[in-house]
Design a protein. Structure first.
Lengths: 240, 203
């Protein structure tokens, strides 16, 4: 396969590959090296608000990924015709439109999820990941790459969100995927739970921890996650 | 309720950052030095103090049923509030760029991000749900901004000091800032629900 492309190469040499190394890097970088939450410090507020349960965090990540990818694409298409002085208002209108699209789609196709999440979906407008990527990437790059950058950052955001939510839901509520068809009961003081804390010798001391439901717990968990990530990936250590 | 009480309450007891965790992103990212934190804090006070009364006028005279159009337009609230905030931030950005280019450069991307600082939109939404009047909303805006200012100065000072202590290398910088904020948040939770008016009568 590589040989055939090499033969054809002289004709298409000037054209950039549709999905080459740089494009793949756009998708994988935000997962670790350039994660929106733990490295770029964007979108913390919503990460604190939604992560008490896994299901809302999942829906939120998908919604943010959609809005991020398409607002990056639209802004990148319009980037040369937006005057610098009013760019924020233009960007916000694009974001608000897409958020409304998500909201109405959810309302039309799955009303139950919409009722549970309507507040969080509105929060996407003030999610600084979106504005941050528009300012830092889409205003200066081509549409296709901006779109991939949006998908990648959405994935990185979702990964952190779901990890924090799993920890908080298990230890705070004693369940996993509550509210969905997959609901599991993990740690609690009755026979319905996987680990019955009154019977188990190991978890005998444990009761669901209410601190985990409060927002400071999310900050503490994220702090520890940054610690773990940076001890693995020493490039990210803050030298200053 | 008098205006001073609202100011104290929004600055200390119901602090936007430490009690409600709003405006976290710029709070964590711009708190490396007290100087930049000071600049951003002042900008947030200004934007909150200005947008709050404007948004109050909009929701009272344009969006409510008794307002200019005579129809209930509250579904437009979010978009209009955001538009007001965005234009105010753009104004602040132009002023800072002209008056102090060094501050402008050190704030970087976080100046436009004041627009999506949830403390500001959150403040406007709290103001509507608590049914403040015009004077009260000005006082609430300034108080909330002052509380945000104090919180970011506090963490910036802690982070400047902590630079000289022996923090594990991977935790340095952002990691320890998250942990400190979490602990400060737990401390502030014990202030929730205190009523300054009742306290003043009692003493």
């Amino acid at each position: 396969m590589a040989e055939t492309t090499a033969v054809q190469a002289p004709e298409v040499k000037k054209k950039e590959p549709v999905f080459g190394k740089k494009e793949r890097k756009l998708l994988t970088d935000p997962l670790d090296d350039n994660n929106p939450i733990t490295v770029q410090v964007l979108g913390i507020c919503s990460a604190l608000a939604v992560t008490t349960l896994v299901l809302p965090s999942l829906v939120m990540s998908v919604a943010v990924m959609f809005v991020l990818a398409f607002s990056n694409l639209l802004t990148s298409l319009l980037r040369n015709s937006i005057p610098k002085q009013v760019r924020m208002i233009v960007q916000l209108i694009i974001i608000a439109t897409l958020v409304t699209v998500v909201e109405l789609t959810l309302k039309a196709f799955s009303f139950d999820v919409y009722k549970k999440l309507s507040v969080f979906i509105g929060l996407i407008i003030t999610n600084c990941i979106i504005m941050g990527r528009l300012e830092a990437y889409a205003m200066a790059n081509k549409p296709w790459r901006s779109f991939l950058d949006g998908i990648g950052n959405g994935l990185g955001y979702g990964a952190i969100l779901v990890m924090v939510a799993v920890i908080r839901e298990i230890f705070g509520k004693g369940s996993l995927f509550a509210g969905s068809a997959l609901e599991m009961k993990m740690i609690g003081a009755s026979a319905e739970y996987w680990i019955d804390t009154t019977q188990s010798t190991f978890f005998g001391w444990y009761a669901p921890n209410n601190l985990m439901v409060l927002s400071p717990a999310a900050l503490l968990i994220m702090g520890v996650m940054i610690w773990v990530q940076r001890s693995r990936n020493t490039k990210l250590i803050d030298i200053s | 309720m008098d205006l001073f009480n609202i100011f104290i309450k929004s600055a200390f007891i119901e602090n936007l950052v430490l009690a409600y965790f709003l405006g976290m992103c710029s709070y964590l990212a711009v708190s490396k030095s007290v100087k930049t934190a000071f600049g951003l804090g002042l900008a947030v006070i200004f934007v909150l103090g200005i947008t709050m009364p404007i948004n109050w006028l909009i929701s009272e005279y344009l969006l409510s049923e008794t307002g200019f159009f005579g129809v209930d337009l509250t579904f437009l609230r979010l978009i209009l509030f955001i538009a007001v905030i965005a234009s105010m931030v753009q104004l602040v950005e132009m002023i800072i760029e002209k008056q102090s280019p060094s501050l402008y450069n050190s704030l970087g991307i976080f100046l436009p991000l004041i627009t999506v600082n949830c403390a500001i939109l959150g403040g406007s939404l709290f103001m509507v749900s608590r049914e403040y009047n015009l004077a009260e909303s000005v006082s609430y805006g300034l108080g909330g901004g002052f509380g945000w200012f104090l919180a970011i100065i506090a963490i910036a000072a802690i982070r400047e000091k902590i630079r000289y202590s022996n923090v594990p290398a991977p935790l340095r910088g952002l990691g320890i800032a998250f942990l400190i904020t979490g602990l400060m948040g737990i401390a502030f939770m014990s202030l929730m629900g205190i009523d300054p008016a009742a306290f003043m009568e009692a003493s």
